[in-house]
Design a protein around this ligand. Sequence first.
Ligand code: BGC
Length: 547
Amino acid sequence: MTKLMRVGRTVVMCGGLLGGVAAAVSCGGGDSLDIRFARPGAAGGQVGRGSFTLGVATAAAQIEEGNSTSDWWVYTQPVDEGGLGVGQFVGDAVQGYARALDDAALVEEMNLDAYRLSVNWARMEPTRDNYDEDAFAHYDAVIDALVARGIKPMITVHHFSNPIWVDDPRVAECPAEGPSDSNLCGWGHPTGGPQIVAELAEFAGELARRYGDRVDEWVTVNEPVNYLVASYMLNVFPPGRNLLFNGFDGFIEVVRNFMAGHVAAYDALHAQDTVDADGDGQAAVVGFTLNVIEWAPAVRNRVSDFESAVRARDSVHYVYNHLFPESILNGTFDSDYDGTPDETYDEWAGKLDFMGVQYYSRQGVTGSPGLIPRINATPCFGDFDFGACVDPVFDETHCVPAMGYEYYEPGIYNLLTEYGRTYPDLPLTVTESGLATNVGRRRAEHIVRSLEQIELARREGVDVRGYYHWSLMDNFEWAEGYEPRFGLYRVDVATYARTATEGAVLLGEIAGARRITAAQRAEYGGTGPMTSEGDPRELQVGCRPVD
Ligand code: BGC
C-alpha cells in the first residue's frame, strides 16, 4: 500500500524511491493493529525459531567505577594523575559495580526477559594470567541474582575495552625487545596479536567453565568493525593508534586477528560451557554483535546517485555491514576489500550461532574524496565533513544531537531483511537499539518505532528473535563522555540515583503485556516527527555536532 508522508519539506510515497536513489521507505508497522510478542527463547538453533526475547543491555567499562587496570582508565585519566587525558575521564562511571544487584532489580521492574551485560576482562585478569577471584565472585553473584529473578543473562566477553597489558595506550611504539607480559603490543603485532587471541580465548573459556551452568547465551566480541576503526584506525579509542594513513596493512592484520579472536573465543565457550542451563537442549549459543548503519550515497552534502558516491556507499556497506558475517560464515577473508575473498580459513567457517544486530543511525558517505584506502570512501564522521553529511530523510526531529547522526526508523528493517535474504540460516537478535536523548518521550517513541520496524521484518519471515534496548541506565559513552544519555533510567550525576524515564515505563508495559497496543502505536509509533530534543544542533547538516 502506498501512503503519503512528510520528508523534510517535501512529501514522498512510502515504499517508493527517495531522491532518485533506491532508498526504500516504509512507514511504521505497516498497519495499526496490536503487535504481539511470542514467548522468549533461544537466540540460536532451530529450537528458538519463532521466539522473541525482550531485554536490555549494558557494558562493564561504561557503567563500573574504579576500573584502574583497563585501557580506558589510563587513556582518559588526567595527565597530572598519570594518564593520557584524552576526552572525559571515565572515573566512577555510574557506579555500576557496587550497584549491580540493585540494577538487576530494575531489569525485573521492567518485566524484561533478559539482560545482556559484559564482564570486565581488565578487572578479572588485571595482570596477564592472574585472575582476580573477587571480580569472578562479583559477576557470579550478579548472574545468580538475575537467574533468581527469572532474567536470562547474555554475557559479552569483550566490549570495547582491554586490560592494559593487551596494548598499553601509554606506550607509543612496541619496545625493541618486543611484546612482554605487561604489554603484548596490540592486536596487529606479528607475535603479540596471536598471543592476545589465545588470551581472549582462555579468558572466555574460564567464564564458560565457571558460569556456563547458568548462562547459555554468549557474545564473543562487540561491534568489531567500528571498535577497530575507532581504536586502531582513527585514534579515538584506546590504544589510540592511527593506521589510516600510517600503515593500513597493519590495520588489516588487526582485523584478521580480531576475527581469529572471535573464532578462538567461540571454540573455547563451546568447549567449556557444556551445561544446558535452561533445558532447551543447547548448552551454549555463541555469536558476535555488529553495529550496522544505513549508508546513504552523498555528494556535496546531498544524497546523490552520482556513480562515485554510489560506489563508495556500496563499498562501505559491504565492509561495514557484511565483511564480518561473510568471513566467519564462509571461512574466508577479503584482505583488499574489493568484494572478492582472497584468503581461506577453514577453521573459521560457520562459527556463528546467531548474529547480534545493533542499529542506531543512517549516515552519508562520499566517494570524492575517498580517504579510506582500498574502499576509496569517506563517511560522514562527526566534524570531519567532506561533503558526506546529509540531511535527515524525514525531518530534523530525527537528529540525535549528542551523537551527531540521524535516527532513521526504516534502517533496521532494511538491514534485517537484507540479512535475512543474504544469510537465511543465520538467526538474528537486535542486541542493541537505543537513542541518546534527554527527553523520555523521545525514547518511548524510539522503542515503539524500532519494534514496529523489527515486526515488519519478522512478518516477512526474517528470523529475528529479540530486542535488547541500549541501555539500562545512562553511562559513559566512550569518546563522547557523559553528555549522551542512552538510559532507560536517568542517572543523577551527583548521587548516582536511577530514575525511570517515560521510555522505561513504556517498555515495562510492553514487556509486561507482551504486546504494543494500537493506542501505543498511534501515540508513539510511525515515522512522523518525533518529540523534539529542543537542541539547536538538530538544524546542522547531517545532524552533526558543531562547536
Ligand atoms: C556500543 C555501545 C554504545 C552504543 C551507543 C554501541 O556502538 O556497543 O557501547 O554505548 O552503541 O553509542
